[in-house]
Design a protein around this ligand. Structure first.
Ligand SMILES: [Zn+2]
Ligand SMILES: [Zn+2]
Length: 646
C-alpha cells in the first residue's frame, strides 16, 4: 500500500500502482469525470500513470491552469497528426502549450500553410479527436529514438534526442501517431471538442536566426464548442480595443521611424492624460509621505557596476556612451534605483528620520529586440512611477501596508476592481540562493503576508518565486476582457543597501543597514495607459478623460450662448470644447461618439431661452434639458464617486 496526500492535507491509502484517475474515482465519480491532468510530488504525470510510492497528489480539471496546459499540449499532438496526414513529408519539431492555446513548429517539406488551409486542418484534427484515442506514454532507449527519427530524416528531433540522457526518453502515442514527449496529457483525444487554428508565423529552429526557418502553427482548443465561440468573440473585441488602434484614433500617441522603433511620442491629448495620471499619483504620494526627487537619464558605468545592473543589462542593452575623455563611459539608465541610493547616501540618517520615501517619474531605457516591440506595452524608453522606501527592518510591516493602501487606491480609482495578489517567498530548501539574514527574510515575509491578510487581499503564496534579493508582492489585475496583467509590484530588497553601503544610526548608536522597498503602482506610464485603453475601450473614468464634454450648437445663432456655457464649465474645471462647424447636429454627435466624449451638450432655441443644455451621454442615453449648474454638479458628483479620496 502507498499513502497519497491530497491538497486538503488528507491522507488516503491505495494499492501500489494506483493511478491519479483511480484516486479521483475513489473520491467521487463526478471528480473523476473532470480530471484531465495531475501532479505527483511536484512532477506533472498522466492521469493513467501508476503511482509507486508515497506522495502528494494534485488533480486538475479544465478550470485549472495546469489542466488547460495539458489540454492544449495534447491538442498540439492531434494537430501535428493532422499536419502529417495533410502535408506528407512534414518534419515535426516541438509543440508546447502557451498562455492561450498552443503552437507546433514544423518544417514543411514543400509549400506553405496559409489562412485558407486552416479549416481543413481543423476538420482533420477534430476528426482524429473524435476517435477518442488514449494518450499513452512509452519509454524508449536513446538508440531506438534516434533510429526512428534518423529513418524519417528529421534532424530536429535527432538534435533534441542527442541532448537527452539515455533512460529519460519517452514517447507519447495516440491513434497512429507517435511523438517524442516528456508527458503531461489529458486522458484521451475525445475530450477535445473544438479546435481553432489561429495563425501561422515563421520561427527559427531554437529561436536562432542562423538556423532553418520553420512554420509555427498557432491554435487553441476547448472542451465545448460554446467556449470556443466565446473566445473568438473576445478576440474580436480585443482587436477593437487594441491600444495601438485606439491610441491613434484618440490622438494620444504615435511612433516615428525617424525617431526610432519602440520610442513613443506623446501627442498633446496623450501628454495631458499622462500628466493627469501623474498628478493624481503625486497627490496621493504626498499624503503618504513621499518626497519627489529628480535624477538624470544617464549615469556613469561604474554606478551600474556597483548596483549589479551592468551585469544584467550591460552587454545585451544599449551600448555605453563615450565622451571625449578617454575611458569615460556613461549608460542610459535602465533603472532609477541606483540614483536613489546615491540620494540616500548624501547625508547620514538616524533611525528617527526613517523611513525616507523618494519618488520619481523616472524615464528608463532598455534595449528590446525589434521583434519584441509591441505598441506601448513593449518599448525601449518608458517612464516608471517609481519610488524607493528606505526604512528599518521594524518599519517594514507598516511601510508595506501603506504601499498596499496606495496601490489599492490607484487600482480602485481607475476601475481595476478585479484582482488577486501573489506573495513570492524563499525556497526554504535552498537558503544559499538568497542574500540577507534568515532573520530579516522571516521578518519581511511575515510582514508581507500579514499586511496582505490585514488588507483583505485575495492572495496566494508562491514559495521559491522570490528574487534572490528579497520577497515581493504582485497584483494580478483582470481586465474587462478577462485577461490577467501584472501591475503594482512591491519588492523588498536587501541587496542594493549592501552594494551601496547604505546605513542609518540605530537607537544603539551603531550603524545598521536599512531595508529598501521598490514599488511602482502603474509599473510604467506607457504600459499602464495601454492597459487602461484596452480595459476601458477608450472610455476612461470621467476624471481622466481628455475632453469631458462637447457643446454642440444647433446653428451659428447659438454660438454666443454656447460660449457662455463653455465659460461656466471652464470656471468649474470641466474640460469642454465647442463644435461650431457648419455641420448637422447628427453628424457632430456621431463624431463625438467616435471620440468617446462622455457628454454631448446640445444648445438650440429652447435651451437658450430657458438657459439650459440638453444632455446626451456617450452611448446614447438622453438626460434631458437641465441647467448648467445642475450639469456641473452631475459631473463633479460622478468624479467624486469614482475618485475616492486617499
Ligand atoms: Zn506530449
Ligand atoms: Zn527600484
Amino acid at each position: 500500500m502507498i499513502k497519497i496526500t491530497l491538497p486538503d492535507g488528507s491522507v488516503r491509502e491505495y494499492a501500489e500502482g494506483t493511478t491519479p484517475l483511480a484516486v479521483a474515482k475513489s473520491i467521487s465519480e463526478g471528480l473523476a469525470r473532470n480530471i484531465i491532468s495531475a501532479k505527483f510530488n511536484g512532477v506533472t504525470v498522466e492521469t493513467a500513470t501508476p503511482l509507486k510510492e508515497d506522495g502528494s497528489l494534485v488533480l486538475y480539471s479544465w478550470n485549472d491552469k495546469e489542466g488547460k496546459t495539458a489540454f492544449w499540449h495534447s491538442t498540439s499532438h492531434v494537430v501535428a497528426q493532422a499536419l502529417e496526414e495533410l502535408y506528407p513529408g512534414v518534419k515535426l519539431t516541438i509543440g508546447p502549450a502557451i498562455d492561450n492555446g498552443f503552437y507546433y513548429d514544423v518544417d514543411l517539406a514543400e509549400g506553405s500553410i496559409s489562412e485558407k488551409d486552416f479549416p481543413e486542418i481543423e476538420k482533420k484534427a477534430l476528426e482524429i479527436a473524435r476517435g477518442k484515442h488514449d494518450f499513452k506514454m512509452r519509454s524508449a532507449t536513446k538508440a531506438e529514438a534516434l533510429e526512428l527519427y534518423r529513418s524519417q530524416g528529421n534532424q530536429y528531433k535527432v538534435e533534441l534526442i542527442e541532448n537527452l540522457e539515455d533512460g529519460t526518453i519517452t514517447f507519447c502515442d495516440h491513434d497512429t501517431f507517435t511523438d517524442l514527449c516528456r508527458g503531461g496529457h489529458i486522458p484521451n483525444t475525445g475530450i477535445i471538442k473544438a479546435i481553432k487554428i489561429l495563425s501561422v508565423a515563421g520561427a527559427y529552429w531554437r529561436g536562432n536566426e542562423k538556423n532553418n526557418q520553420l512554420t509555427r502553427v498557432y491554435g487553441i482548443s476547448f472542451p465545448k464548442q460554446k467556449e470556443l465561440t466565446e473566445y473568438l468573440e473576445l478576440l474580436e473585441e480585443a482587436k477593437k480595443r487594441d491600444h495601438r488602434k485606439l491610441g491613434k484614433e484618440l490622438e494620444l500617441f504615435t511612433f516615428s521611424q525617424k525617431v526610432g522603433q519602440g520610442l513613443p511620442l506623446w501627442l498633446p491629448k496623450g501628454a495631458a492624460l499622462r500628466e493627469r495620471l501623474e498628478n493624481f499619483l503625486k497627490k496621493a504620494q504626498k499624503k503618504a509621505g513621499y518626497e519627489m526627487v529628480v535624477t538624470p537619464h544617464i549615469g556613469q558605468k561604474e554606478l551600474y557596476v556597483t548596483s549589479g545592473h551592468y551585469a544584467k543589462y550591460g552587454e545585451d542593452s544599449f551600448q555605453p556612451i563615450k565622451t571625449p575623455k578617454e575611458d569615460e563611459e556613461f549608460l542610459l539608465k535602465p533603472m532609477n534605483c541606483p540614483h536613489h541610493c546615491e540620494i540616500y547616501n548624501t547625508k547620514p540618517f538616524s533611525y528617527r528620520e526613517l523611513p525616507k520615501r523618494y519618488a520619481e517619474f523616472g524615464t528608463v531605457y532598455r534595449y528590446e529586440q525589434s521583434g519584441e516591440l509591441h505598441g506601448l506595452t513593449r518599448v525601449r524608453g518608458f517612464t516608471q512611477d517609481d519610488a524607493h522606501i528606505f526604512c528599518t527592518p521594524d518599519q517594514l510591516a507598516d511601510e508595506f501596508k501603506n504601499v498596499i493602501d496606495l496601490t489599492l487606491y490607484v487600482l480602485g480609482s481607475l476601475g481595476f476592481g478585479n484582482f488577486t495578489a501573489q506573495v513570492s517567498v524563499r525556497d526554504l530548501e535552498k537558503p544559499e540562493k538568497y542574500i540577507g539574514s534568515v532573520e530579516n527574510w522571516e521578518k519581511a515575509e511575515n510582514a508581507i503576508i500579514n499586511a496582505a491578510k490585514e488588507k483583505g487581499l485575495d492572495f496566494v503564496i508562491e514559495s521559491g518565486e522570490a528574487a534572490f534579493y528579497g520577497p515581493k508582492l504582485d497584483f494580478m489585475v483582470k481586465d474587462a476582457l478577462g485577461r490577467n496583467w501584472q501591475l503594482g509590484t512591491i519588492q523588498v530588497d536587501y541587496n542594493l543597501p549592501e552594494r551601496f553601503d547604505l546605513t542609518y544610526k540605530g537607537s544603539d548608536n551603531e550603524l545598521h543597514r536599512p531595508v529598501m522597498i521598490h514599488r511602482a503602482p502603474f509599473g510604467s506610464m506607457e504600459r499602464f495607459i495601454a492597459l487602461l485603453l484596452e480595459h476601458t475601450g477608450g472610455n476612461f473614468p470621467l476624471w481622466l478623460m481628455p475632453e469631458q464634454a462637447i457643446i454642440l450648437p444647433v446653428s451659428e445663432k447659438h454660438e454666443i450662448y454656447a460660449q457662455k456655457v463653455l465659460n461656466s464649465l471652464e470656471n468649474n474645471d470641466i474640460r469642454a470644447l465647442i463644435d461650431n462647424r457648419n455641420e448637422t447636429v447628427g453628424k457632430k454627435i456621431r463624431e463625438a461618439e467616435m471620440n468617446k466624449i462622455p457628454f454631448m451638450l446640445i444648445v438650440g432655441e429652447n435651451e437658450e431661452k430657458e438657459e439650459t443644455i440638453s444632455i446626451r451621454r456617450h452611448g446614447g442615453e438622453d438626460l434631458g434639458a437641465i441647467s448648467v449648474n445642475a450639469f456641473t454638479d452631475l459631473v463633479i458628483n460622478e468624479i467624486n464617486s469614482t475618485l475616492k479620496s486617499f
